[in-house]
Design a protein around this ligand. Sequence first.
Ligand code: C5P
Length: 228
Amino acid sequence: MAKRVVLAIDGPAGAGKSTIARTLAERLGYIYIDTGAMYRAVALWALRLGVALDDSHRLERLALESNIEFAPGASTVLLNGEDVTEAIRAPEVSEAASKVSAVPAVRRALVAAQRRMAQGTSVVMEGRDIGTVVFPDALVKVFLDAAPEVRTARRVQDLAARGETQTQADEVARQMADRDHRDRTRPEAPLVQAPDATYIDSSALPPDGVVEAILKLVRAKTSNGGIH
Ligand code: C5P
């Protein structure tokens, strides 16, 4: 019988996780789950309600009560039925998400939701702790990285695509460095490469090259066991 596959993609901001994970999900016919969008959705809700970003009790309630959905086949994110796809990409939400995600109770609630979403179905799940905490037994684990200047340039490009051209590159670099530092040094589920993950540096590789390299890993793991 076909077994469900978890393909875990972790790494810092700007490493290219979303583009790669979305393409892989399309190519493989798996469900794509962007766990960063879930932390962003909770952060957006907290900002709207004026909940302090260190109020773990109220943040936990929001995380438990939030209904976060990904519209199938699209990159639409719904929070309690509302389309928040654009709203969660605002710079203040990035900053808030990085703080909210350090709260252990928030992580517990969202990790449980992430595991439920992957029940009985093959997924490409991207985040910071997928291969270490959410699915330590994932069949394929990738740690996707890129040089800091490449990651900054990508983020500046993303912001420009959203019409935000005011932020200077050195300001973007500083904000990304802050977020990365917080993600890598928090006590709960820090950003760290799983020992059995494959490290891929996307600095000089085009997205197609990264996708092909990961598809090769998936094929190598699935070709013998009838897994698909
Ligand atoms: O991936 P993205 O930049 O959208 O994630 C937003 C924030 O959510 C990150 O800065 C990180 O702090 C947090 N996050 C996390 N664990 C995940 C995914 C995201 O802590 N699995």
